[in-house]
Design a protein around this ligand. Structure first.
Ligand SMILES: [Zn+2]
Length: 271
């Protein structure tokens, strides 16, 4: 069994503040410790269920949050940035499942810890009437390669988003969102025991979720401000629908995803 894990920081046990998710400082160091402990619990669940090989993508910010020290021998850590697939670098054909660890709800979700989509410049991303965040975009790219999204950990809003998007996905709620910057934190030891059990249960299930299929709609990407859209609007093939919205087409979802990444990266230039 070969598995892919994308691990972000905002949905990790104990994380509630942007001080935790910055690159430096004492809070950032504590948060990275929690990130590694959550990953270790998930890896234990993977190996308990019979995993042979696990590729882990460090998906937060510059991809330099995890230390490879003491990782089990059958784990490959994808670290650093930029990469062609960003948060999903390493995904492709041949995996038995994709796991999303430390994930957060999409931009605009109420009472969701550190909600956003990719960067704080994206207001919304939609495919027809389906609104997607980081989980949706990731699960669709995994689905493009025939890989089912089998597991997510994060706050209660991220778990609800996952269950609505992917019927049958197993989730572990690690905290309960009160506002964007406040949460009820659950005991880390208890959370990690549940993570181990939930991951093993997800991987042993006879009927895993079906790989998520793209609905064929172009991606509509709305930024929070016109100037962010101005930076990305020249991307070839992209149509500007209004001051803040781009329409990104593609022959398949992989192409849509690459177009989305390019536009988001362009929106970040100039600062
Ligand atoms: Zn994120």
């Amino acid at each position: 069994m070969k598995l892919f894990i994308a691990i972000d920081l905002e949905g990790i046990t104990g994380v509630t503040s942007e001080r935790d998710t910055e690159r430096d400082g004492p809070a950032a160091k504590v948060a990275r410790g929690h990130m590694r402990a959550d990953l270790d619990a998930v890896l234990e669940g993977c190996f308990a269920a019979g995993a042979d090989e696990v590729v882990v993508c460090d998906a937060h910010d510059d991809g330099r949050n995890l230390d490879a020290a003491d990782l089990p021998p059958r784990v490959v850590l994808v670290a650093g940035s930029p990469t062609p697939y960003s948060m999903l670098q390493g995904i492709g054909r041949g995996y038995d499942g994709a796991l999303f660890v430390g994930y957060h709800a999409r931009a605009g979700t109420a009472a969701a810890v550190l909600e956003h989509t990719w960067n704080y410049k994206v207001f919304a991303a939609t495919l027809g009437d389906l609104e997607v965040g980081e989980l949706g975009l990731g699960a669709l790219l995994a689905g493009h390669f025939g890989v089912p999204a089998v597991y997510l950990s994060g706050d209660d809003k991220a778990a609800a988003e996952a269950e609505a998007l992917v019927p049958g996905i197993v989730t572990t709620v690690v905290k309960t969102g009160i506002t964007r910057l406040a949460a009820g934190l659950h005991s880390p030891d208890d959370v990690r025991a549940r993570m181990r059990d939930d991951v093993a249960r997800a991987l042993r299930a006879a009927d895993k979720p079906t790989p998520l299929a793209w609905n064929g709609e172009p991606l509509r990407l709305t930024f929070t401000r016109v100037e962010f859209c101005d930076r990305a609007a020249g991307c070839p093939g992209v149509r500007r629908l209004d001051g803040r919205t781009l329409q990104i087409p593609g022959a398949d979802f992989e192409e849509v995803y690459r177009g989305f990444l390019t536009c988001v990266r362009l929106s970040d230039l100039g600062e």
